[in-house]
Design a protein around this ligand. Structure first.
Ligand SMILES: C[S@@+](CC[C@H](N)C(=O)[O-])C[C@H]1O[C@@H](n2cnc3c(N)ncnc32)[C@H](O)[C@@H]1O
Length: 190
């Protein structure tokens, strides 16, 4: 069972609780984003992470990928307000990220995978846009009761997700926690 984020709840994507649990710059550094990376923020929402990622990678490309035009419009507004010029917004389809093969060295996917019905296909599509030797960093809700977040049966546990990525030639590099609410997994593409 999956539950799609309601674009009407846009405010929940950048509030005090989120900034405490997932402070954007600190989170990206902990995931290993480097100044030399190019980035695809897969299911970027309002660009909460895209804008910080773009600022950390100088003039390299940051793709903001989302199926929701409302979200992408918000990314454009926010990046303009922040004076960030290296973000390209791309309206994607459910299982088509719409950018060329091997476009980026770093794929980021925060609180998205639990919303996807065909997770294997979505992860394969995410792999397609990452260069060999690149990384895919995933953050999602712990699969257990937490004060906030989607119902537990809508979530995917870290072990299940790791097994899916191993099947498609990713190697687990690091696992981490962000408060008691989220896990973070970093994989490298063989
Ligand atoms: C809970 S929000 C998280 C947004 C952002 N990653 C963040 O952490 O602030 C989930 C986002 O995933 C997007 N999304 C859902 N299914 C998607 C898909 N198949 N491809 C790309 N984006 C998708 C939604 O439109 C929404 O913006």
């Amino acid at each position: 069972m999956v539950h799609k984020f309601n674009p009407k709840s846009i405010k929940k994507l950048d509030d005090e609780w989120r900034r405490e649990n997932l402070p954007p710059i600190e989170t990206l550094k902990k995931l290993g984003l480097e100044a030399t990376d190019s980035v695809a923020d897969i299911g970027c929402g309002i660009g909460y992470f895209t804008i910080s990622a773009a600022s950390l990678i100088g003039n390299n490309n940051a793709f903001a990928l989302d199926t929701s035009p409302e979200m992408l419009a918000e990314v454009e507004l926010r990046s303009k307000a922040a004076g960030i010029k290296n973000i390209e917004t791309v309206k994607t389809e459910e299982l088509d990220l719409m950018i060329p093969d091997e476009s980026v060295s770093f794929g980021l996917m925060v609180n998205v995978i639990h919303e996807i019905v065909d997770k294997n296909q979505f992860l394969e599509e995410s792999s397609r846009i990452i260069k060999p030797g690149g990384r895919l960093a995933i953050i999602d809700w712990e699969k257990g009761e937490t004060a906030m977040g989607p119902p537990v049966d809508h979530r995917i546990g870290r072990e299940e997700l790791t097994a899916m990525l191993r099947e498609i030639n990713f190697e687990s590099q690091e696992t981490m926690n962000f408060t008691e609410n989220f896990y973070g997994l970093v994989f490298s593409k063989k």
